[in-house]
Design a binder for this molecule. Structure first.
Ligand code: ATP
Ligand code: MG
Length: 405
């Protein structure tokens, strides 16, 4: 093979190739609809980072062209519905061009003494097959860089080549993206967002599954530690980086009154946590209607704390007719923490996030009838109405708080 035409690569010849996942399983019309939303999300996120771009959508891929492919790949790898992204060199369909680009790209990362493999996929099923093409391109690389070894099973370096009708795509890395479904394809949910580790992960998982999100935080006022509300707002701010270009709304409802009233009416302390969680769901049910949300999301988990036994969760769920989604229900704490680190919501020293209302021994099997009697005694509907008059809204965009209403 003549490789005298090997050239240096520059950014102008590169593009970002996007692979999407589960959308393949959809019917053509649904796929078309979902890809439209995905493209809109990509466009919004890139514009939010002031990255000019244009795209093409050959079968099964999205190709994004722009002056700054590395930055484009970074932004796009945080978009739901995408499995991974690769910075590619685009060539003509001529084998000489493909080999030349393959050598140029390999030369930047592949050194003598290393093993390598060439993986070829082709659209046309006539002419040389993938293995034959791989061998030809592989031998061009092998001849150009001295001291290489071929290892198809466990290579030090892999070069991927896709040969499409419109040209070849050559790349050597895949940057993982979150997968899931495009944000906004599955309707809206209201996520109960606390200052803790779990609820931001639950909210993120629902976003990943294609849901538009609105957040609700219940501010316990003097009953909560001094850093609670700030930490919840920080969770909100960080999560907004995952739906770049879309405003994320956080409603904060001041509910000191709930805890004052429980104290005033001498509600058994062991019932406080269950009543508090039911109260939050009641507030959420009000907000859902206003926000057009179809379900509530919490970071509750089976058995993590005394208030989250199966018996208590069923008493909590009973409070309203709205669906309660608990994406972390089966997670070990370690799994949640690992995910929080990846998402960027984990904070090792979050400050004082205590709650003075939590008793030493919360009920592990609250009795629904007793809970209802307590709620009646403390006139819970009045407490709710009072709380609903202490509302503020904080909007976040692209990982920043932009305004408070
Ligand atoms: P997290 O579970 O998010 O780490 P936490 O441990 O402080 O926070 P839990 O007592 O485990 O809270 O509450 C269970 C769930 O109830 C949370 O995951 C969250 O969805 C919701 N929740 C708790 N506190 C609040 C709050 N102040 N405002 C809104 N939602 C809350
Ligand atoms: Mg928790």
């Amino acid at each position: 093979m003549n490789t005298t035409g090997v050239k240096r690569l520059n950014d102008a010849e590169k593009l970002v190739m996007v692979r999407y996942g589960e959308l393949f399983l959809k019917s053509d019309s649904v796929k078309h609809y979902f890809i439209g939303i995905l493209l809109r999300n990509i466009g919004k996120a890139l514009s939010a980072s002031s990255l000019s771009h244009r795209y093409e959508t050959p079968r099964g891929r999205i190709l994004i062209y722009g002056d700054e492919p590395e930055k484009i790949a970074d932004v796009v790898s945080r978009i739901f519905g995408i499995i991974d992204v690769s910075i590619c060199v685009q060539t003509s369909t001529r084998l000489e061009d493909i080999c030349s680009s393959a050598i140029s790209l390999a030369s930047t990362n592949l050194r003598g003494g290393m093993s390598f493999a060439i993986r070829v996929k082709r659209q046309q099923k006539t002419g040389l097959n993938s293995q034959e093409l791989g061998k030809l391109i592989g031998s061009a690389v092998y001849d150009y860089i001295p001291g290489l070894r071929v290892d198809l099973d466990n290579p030090d370096y892999e070069l991927f080549i896709e040969i499409r009708d419109f040209g070849g795509l050559v790349y050597d890395s895949r940057k993982a993206a979150p997968g899931g479904l495009p944000w906004g394809t599955q309707g809206k949910v209201l996520a109960l967002l606390s200052s803790g580790i779990d609820s931001p992960v639950a909210s993120w998982l629902m976003m990943k599954r294609g849901c538009e999100i609105t957040h609700l935080h219940v501010d316990a006022g003097n009953w909560g530690g001094k850093d609670v509300t700030y930490a919840a707002i920080e969770n909100h701010r960080r999560l907004s980086g995952w739906c770049a270009g879309n405003l994320l709304s956080l409603t904060i409802i001041r509910s000191e009154n709930l805890f004052d009233t429980m104290e005033l009416y001498r509600i058994p302390p062991r019932y406080r946590c269950v009543i508090c969680k039911r109260f939050m769901l009641k507030l959420a049910a009000h907000m859902m209607q206003k926000e057009g949300a179809l379900a509530v999301v919490t970071g509750e988990n089976l058995g993590q704390v005394a208030s989250q036994t199966l018996a208590n969760l069923s008493v909590i769920s009973e409070t309203t007719g709205v669906p309660v989604l608990r994406p972390l229900i089966t997670f070990d704490k370690e799994e949640t923490v690992n995910l929080a680190r990846i998402i960027g919501t984990f904070v090792s020293h979050p400050g004082d996030l205590s709650c003075r209302a939590v008793p030493k021994m919360p009920a592990t099997a609250a009795v629904l009838e007793i809970v209802k009697q307590c709620e009646q005694k403390m006139e819970i509907d009045k407490v709710i109405a009072d709380s609903l008059s202490h509302v503020r809204i904080i909007k976040a965009l692209n990982g920043e708080i932009i305004k408070e209403i």
